[in-house]
Design a protein around this ligand. Structure first.
Ligand SMILES: Nc1ncnc2c1ncn2[C@@H]1O[C@H](COP(=O)(O)OP(=O)(O)OP(=O)(O)O)[C@@H](O)[C@H]1O
Ligand SMILES: [Mg+2]
Length: 272
């Protein structure tokens, strides 16, 4: 379980971009962070892996404290947390498998990376991760020959190959069309549920959040204003996340989707 306790972040020592953030994420949970531009979503993810150290607060993984200024503590934390980026950050001239092996680099000696000679064990893990995202047939294709959706699936495979406890994804579908966005989110959710990896994923799309998240966190002005399952989203929650929003279409969408999710969940409960 990943736990964030009393996290604050200030860049100038005066104004706080994140305030009083407390989050617990269980293995396999797919948590989507929704919030307007500037709410602090990216800063939150960057604080969690110490790319931008928190001003105050602590992060625990399975009860183990990961915070502190020590380099070793940060390195250990980064091994357990993988990132999926908006622009997937693949090396275009390298094959899919070599890109995915980058995800295992923390455990591979430097000479092996430089010579691109990898242990069978690492190759097997990389191939399994590629298979998980349905890309087995393209394992030896150059990364720059893939479509945007395929590249993002390789980005997910690279994160999986790291065998992390937590995946942080900052707007992973921002550059994809709706079909590829859905496919990417579906893969991310299903493989992480299967592997019991927790996911924190920033999104701007309320409909994708409600469709794929097992839980939604609403961030506004650096504070958590909502934390609950997607069916608990309603018009007042939307107004608290996006102050000043007056959009009938968004309101209708949220009412319709939360109703559908409630119906689906009650059917599953009856069958069960
Ligand atoms: N390195 C930095 N130095 C100073 N201020 C920063 C820095 N990074 C982010 N901020 C500020 O922190 C606030 C939150 O930014 P952040 O990028 O986390 O928002 P966001 O919710 O990810 O927005 P978006 O949806 O547009 O990506 C903004 O006011 C931003 O200007
Ligand atoms: Mg952002």
């Amino acid at each position: 379980m990943i736990e964030v306790r009393d996290l604050y972040k200030s860049f100038n020592g005066r104004d706080y971009v994140l305030k009083d953030i407390n989050i617990r994420v269980n293995p396999g949970e797919f948590v989507v962070v929704l919030g307007p531009s500037g709410a602090g979503k990216s800063t939150l993810l960057r604080c969690l892996n110490y790319l931008s150290p928190p001003t105050a607060g602590e992060i625990l993984i399975h009860g183990e404290r990961c915070h502190g200024q020590r380099k070793a503590a940060r390195r250990a934390l980064r091994k357990r947390i993988a990132m999926v980026f908006q622009h997937h950050n693949l090396i275009g001239r390298l094959s899919v498998i070599k890109n995915v092996l980058v995800g295992r680099m923390a455990g591979i000696p430097l000479w092996s990376c430089l010579l691109q000679v990898f242990r069978r064990h690492d190759v097997d893990i990389a191939l399994a991760a590629i298979d998980e995202v349905g890309m087995a047939e393209k394992a030896y294709a150059r990364a720059d020959s893939l479509s945007g959706g395929e590249q993002q699936r390789v980005g997910i495979a690279r994160a999986l190959a790291q065998q992390p406890d937590l995946i942080l994804a900052d707007e992973p579908v921002a550059s994809l069309d709706p079909k590829n966005s859905r496919e990417t989110l579906a893969y991310l959710r299903s493989v992480c549920q299967k592997k019991r990896i927790a996911v924190l994923c920033n999104l701007h799309q309320i409909d994708y959040a409600m469709e794929y998240a097992t839980r939604i966190i609403g961030l506004s002005g650096g504070s958590i204003v909502f934390d609950g399952p997607p069916e608990k989203m309603n018009v007042s929650v939307i107004e608290s996340i996006y102050p000043g929003i007056e959009d009938d279409n968004v309101a209708k969408l949220v009412i319709r989707m939360s109703g559908e999710i409630r119906r689906q969940k009650s059917q599953v409960a009856q069958v069960g």
